[in-house]
Design a protein around this ligand. Structure first.
Ligand code: PLP
Length: 587
């Protein structure tokens, strides 16, 4: 493509993006397609000869777009927001066009220096403790942009692990891995799965701490667990507190957790605020950031709640020397003579780094802190509006404390009608939501995500939700009146009446497993649940079969015994075990 073609098609693409944004409501928020749809539309091999760019654009609209979930659609209420905005897209375009790989100051001085400046702007805008701001007097801290919150958690954990091992090791020359079995990390049951993943990757133990009825980590249990583990000779080294949990947007009490962590010098306190950390840009939300002065590290994603497109996840640490000593490698080919320039390759996992600070800089400059505050306040007000609508209807209940943009609601029935409600919502293609288990109950998460979300979007969504609910409740009521005791019926308590619904005849809409595969979320279920579902999955999830460890162990033992009996050479036929599970899971 020459520059004139680029100019022509570049303008066309910008026009397309403008149209897309303006007319997005004409599209379904999520497609209803079966897996493999694209394979049927595209050739199996890349073209040998160049193709006209206009053909590529045409195929994009006709073949790719129909398989897109529109995360920036006014009726997208799933997950957390995928931050996005025009200034951010433009900043990202320039970053792509420049294409510099900023692993060291020398490899792109502007990228390195802008990242430092923007991370300090950001830290100050959120009111973070001065220890995280690299240009604050006496500070040893600072921040860097990573690819995701999961990466921030992993980087923090690896850094904490290196610090703890270095303390345990002292001057001895034993290998670091010798200390791994003694290390133990802690997170609440409501913490994000990225914590579990990080501990798996780092080969350290994780103790899950129970949460209270608001979804906050039980600090008394944390203290007790740490005490027990110290008594048992383990080394507590990493605690994750969450501000804005994924399931219910609960805020852990960082101050109380921080005080416990201070009692054990080997503990590194990480605070994960992937979504809600951004809300500290509002003075009225800083009640939830109290205690951050105890934290060794903190992360939040501007690509969730700060109008910045993926990927951009901010990680700050109290002492950057900890990061550097955990992650520093310095081969000759990466060295340079500008020793005072920051080399961000020591702040994370990859060597190569995109110029991510550019889009964040564009966002801060074009919205200003005030504009960003207004955007978040709008989300908060709309979530409160939705909460109020749900609470006013006695057939429904709200299960979480609504502080930001997330409302977790359900019908006052057992779980099955709620699975069906979510399935109907998502199957309609007109709205998109996801489920969670919050405080032991199945809930539907309704998160305000759209940049220009309005009261009308919320009212329209509520009207549609009620329509689906009415059909399901009517159906459910008839079912439960004809069947005296069902597992769902037994779940209901006297405080959870099913409101009578008069009028239309019952409509039974169950989703088949094939249809359920069309939805874009997955949920792990036990073998018993999996088998009892027969061909119906109620919430439209893609099921993942979770094999419980006891069954796995039994299968393992059985295979070993069989092998022994068959006089084989003693190798356990592990393949046999996994084959069985995989086959069942793909049924
Ligand atoms: N932490 C929390 C609290 C989250 O809600 C999420 C995702 O929603 C993550 C971590 C993982 O974020 P990422 O997709 O950036 O890895």
């Amino acid at each position: 493509m020459d520059v004139e073609e680029f100019r022509k098609y570049g303008k066309e693409v910008i026009d397309y993006i403008c149209q897309y944004g303006t007319n997005i409501e004409e599209r379904d928020v999520a497609p209803t397609l079966d897996p493999g749809y694209l394979k049927k539309l595209l050739p199996a091999d890349a073209p040998q000869s160049p193709e006209p760019f206009k053909d590529v654009l045409e195929d994009f609209e006709q073949k790719i777009m129909p398989g897109v979930v529109h995360w920036n659609h006014p009726k997208f209420f799933a997950y957390f927001p995928s931050g996005n905005s025009f200034p951010s897209v433009l900043g990202d375009m320039l970053s792509s066009a420049i294409g510099s790989i900023g692993f060291s100051w020398a490899s792109c001085p502007a990228a390195a220096e802008l990242e430092t400046i923007v991370m300090n702007w950001y830290a100050k805008a959120l009111g973070l403790p001065k220890a995280f701001v690299s240009d604050a007097p006496g500070s040893t801290g600072g921040g860097a942009l990573q690819g995701s919150a999961s990466e921030c958690v992993l980087v923090s954990l690896i850094t904490a692990r290196a610090r703890a091992i270095s303390e345990l090791k002292g001057q001895t020359s034993v290998h670091d891995s010798v200390f791994l079995p003694s290390l133990i990390a802690y997170a609440s049951r409501e913490a994000h799965s990225s914590v579990e993943k990080a501990t798996k990757m780092a080969l350290v133990k994780l103790r899950i701490i129970d949460a209270d009825e608001h979804g906050r980590m039980r600090v008394d249990l944390l203290r007790q667990a740490i005490q027990n583990d110290v008594n048992a000779g383990l080394t507590p080294f990493f605690v994750v507190a969450t501000v804005g949990t994924t399931g219910g947007c609960a805020f852990d009490d960082i101050t109380e957790i921080g005080k416990v962590c201070r009692e054990v010098s080997s503990i590194w306190l990480h605070v994960d605020g992937a979504y809600a950390g951004n809300s500290f840009i509002l003075p009225e939300m800083r009640v939830f950031s109290a205690g951050l002065e105890y934290a060794d590290s903190f992360n939040t994603n501007p690509n969730k709640l700060l109008l910045t497109n993926f990927d951009a996840s901010a990680l700050w640490v109290r002492d950057v020397m900890n990061l550097k000593s955990a992650l520093n490698v310095n081969p000759l080919y990466l060295r340079h003579e500008h020793l005072t320039g920051v080399d961000y390759r020591h702040y994370g996992i990859p060597l190569s780094r995109r110029f991510r600070a550019l889009k964040l800089w564009f966002v801060f400059r074009t919205y200003g802190i005030r504009g960003l505050q207004e955007y978040i306040r709008n989300h908060m007000a709309l979530a409160k509006k939705f909460e109020m609508l749900v609470r006013k209807d006695e057939r429904f209940e709200v299960r979480n404390d609504v502080h930001l943009g997330l409302v977790c609601f359900r019908m006052r029935t057992g779980d099955e009608p709620n699975h069906m409600l979510l399935a109907q919502i998502n199957h309609s293609g007109k709205m998109h939501m996801t489920p969670a288990k919050f405080n032991g109950r199945y809930v539907i998460r309704f998160c305000v995500t759209y940049e220009h979300a309005s009261e009308k979007d919320i009212l329209d969504a509520w009207t549609q939700i009620k329509c689906f609910a009415e059909e399901i409740l009517r159906d459910h009521q008839l079912e439960s009146s004809s069947v005296p005791t069902t597992p769902e019926g037994s779940e209901r308590t006297s405080s959870e009446p099913v409101a009578p619904v008069a009028g239309k005849p019952p409509i039974k809409k169950r989703l088949t497993r094939t249809k359920s595969l069309r939805f874009s979320f997955t949920r792990s279920i036990s073998r018993e649940q999996y088998q009892s579902q027969s061909e119906h999955l109620m919430d439209g999830c893609t099921p993942i079969l979770v094999v419980d460890p006891k069954t796995l162990q039994e299968n393992f033992q059985k295979a070993a015994d069989d092998n022994d009996r068959n006089n084989s050479n003693g190798n356990v036929k592990l393949k046999d075990i996994s084959d069985v599970d995989t086959d069942e899971a793909s049924n």
